[in-house]
Design a protein around this ligand. Structure first.
Ligand SMILES: Nc1ncnc2c1ncn2[C@@H]1O[C@H](COP(=O)(O)OP(=O)(O)OP(=O)(O)O)[C@@H](O)[C@H]1O
Length: 444
């Protein structure tokens, strides 16, 4: 499919009508009733809209909350807070006949065609099941509808009486798609629909999804971790990190010039297909924080390569600054780590619990660098707190000394450019340098 025809078809099918509006949606997983346990904040306050006829891509690293968001929109998970409106009606509180109608209008296609199809049912029965459940027309009309659907997704009528195990991965995904289409939904959530398939098969399924969208005016939320696939099929993209949407906007614009530091880092991790093109790679330090204990300020603050520094440290050597951030991460991980069995025994018998020596950690981190004396004094002070088992005090001390607005305040989604792009980053405030400008200085 040529780019021009894809662009043209995108332009004709998109409308200006809002189909889905999500407002400050939160989905938390509570621990089965444990007292004082922190819930997993899988989706932590996201807002966005989807226009009828468009495809919104939802990308982000494993565990950032993509599937939970998709499942909450489907009412397969219960929202903890916030609103989801489909055609203007809040669906988080629907019940009875309204909920049944909603289950007609919104469908989901799952990643793994191997486990999402019931092996004991024929293909015809699998596709017909939603029609039976919803008492759709007469049994004869249902059978006719299944035959029509088989053809729509590129399968044959004689496949009606076969079983899923007799099909290849791509064909099985076609069965899943036919089932999702059975009740003529207007909105389909595609959760990694091609991730489990060979590359050659992926392209065929993506083309099928595009054709179906054009034919039936469908609206898609396309969840994926493969950015190349998203770029191909999506009109707009939302980038998720730790339960938040960090950036959302037109796909072409975001791939060409990402605004948010996290999008920058995510895109720079895609291998450049052309080896003659030099590209600046940004390697992210550490791992995302636990969704049970997300940072108080910006969700990305613990790993952001262009985090705002306090005024007195703007000229501090980049390597020293980077190591301070690593030290803060070490303390965070240390306070998260479960006490080992022997530590617990020591604690029970009243002995001091001391983890690996903090002096060693400081030497390893800062040994080869020239660290200003005042900075080293602060680091040692924090190390003393940690050495005495009070990681929380150590973290608070470092946050007070080296933290900035990124550590203390959650950024607003600020507008970028003139095509409705939004990005969650303090740096878009005019008093700071834009993330892209700071990245340029880092990779020089
Ligand atoms: N049923 C559950 N109970 C408790 N925690 C859960 C549950 N389901 C998911 N989580 C947690 O919620 C967070 C978000 O998970 P989710 O599956 O939504 O992320 P994801 O971005 O879809 O990841 P992946 O790409 O690996 O599927 C993770 O920390 C995960 O461990």
């Amino acid at each position: 499919m040529s780019t021009t025809s894809t662009e043209e078809s995108k332009m004709t099918r998109e409308t200006q009508e809002t189909l889905l509006e999500v407002d400050d949606l939160k989905t938390y997983y509570e621990d089965g009733g444990l007292l004082n346990s922190n819930p997993v904040k899988a989706v932590d306050g996201v807002s966005f809209e989807i226009t009828r006829g468009e495809t919104l891509g939802l990308v982000g690293e494993s565990g950032c909350g993509k599937s939970t968001l998709g499942r909450t929109l489907m009412r397969l998970e219960e929202a903890t807070a916030g609103e989801v409106k489909l055609n203007g009606t809040d669906i988080t509180t629907l019940s009875g006949a309204d909920l049944k109608q909603f289950r007609n209008d919104v469908q989901m296609v799952f990643q793994d065609p191997d486990s999402s199809l019931n092996e004991r049912m024929t293909v015809g029965e699998i596709i017909r099941e939603p029609l039976d459940v919803h008492d759709w027309k007469t049994p004869d009309e249902r059978r006719a509808r299944v035959r029509e659907l088989l053809e729509t997704v590129g399968l044959q009528e004689e496949h009606y009486y076969r079983y899923p195990h007799q099909f290849s991965g791509g064909q099985r995904q076609r069965i899943g798609i036919a089932r999702a289409l059975a009740l003529e939904p207007e909105f389909i959530i595609l959760d990694e629909p091609v991730s489990a398939l060979d590359v050659s098969v992926q392209a065929k399924i993506l083309n099928l999804l595009e054709d179906l969208q054009n034919e039936f005016g469908l609206t898609y939320l396309f969840i994926a971790h493969d950015l190349a696939v998203v770029r191909h099929i999506c009109d707009r993209v939302a980038v998720m990190y730790l339960g938040n949407i960090m950036e959302i906007g037109p796909a072409d614009e975001m791939f060409e010039s990402p605004a948010n530091p996290y999008t920058h880092a995510l895109l720079s991790s895609i291998p450049e297909p052309d080896p003659t093109v030099a590209r600046d790679r940004i390697t992210l330090r550490g791992t995302p924080p636990s969704p049970r204990d997300p940072p108080a300020g910006c969700p990305f603050s613990t790993r952001c390569p262009v985090k705002i520094r306090p005024d007195q440290y703007t000229d501090l050597d980049d390597d020293v600054w980077e190591r301070i951030e690593v030290f803060r991460e070490v303390l965070r991980e240390r306070s998260r780590a479960e006490l080992s069995l022997s530590d617990r025994v020591r604690k029970l018998i009243g002995r001091e619990t001391v983890q690996a020596g903090m002096d060693d950690t400081l030497t390893e981190l800062f040994g080869g660098l020239s660290v200003p004396v005042s900075v080293m004094d602060h680091l040692k002070e924090a190390a003393d707190y940690a050495e005495n088992g009070d990681e929380d005090a150590a973290r608070a001390y470092l946050r007070e000394e080296f933290g900035s607005v990124c550590d203390s305040e959650r950024p607003d989604q600020l507008g970028v450019g003139d095509r409705g792009r939004l990005s969650l980053c303090h740096r878009h405030d005019e008093q700071y340098d834009e993330p892209a400008a700071v990245f340029e200085t880092l990779v020089q």
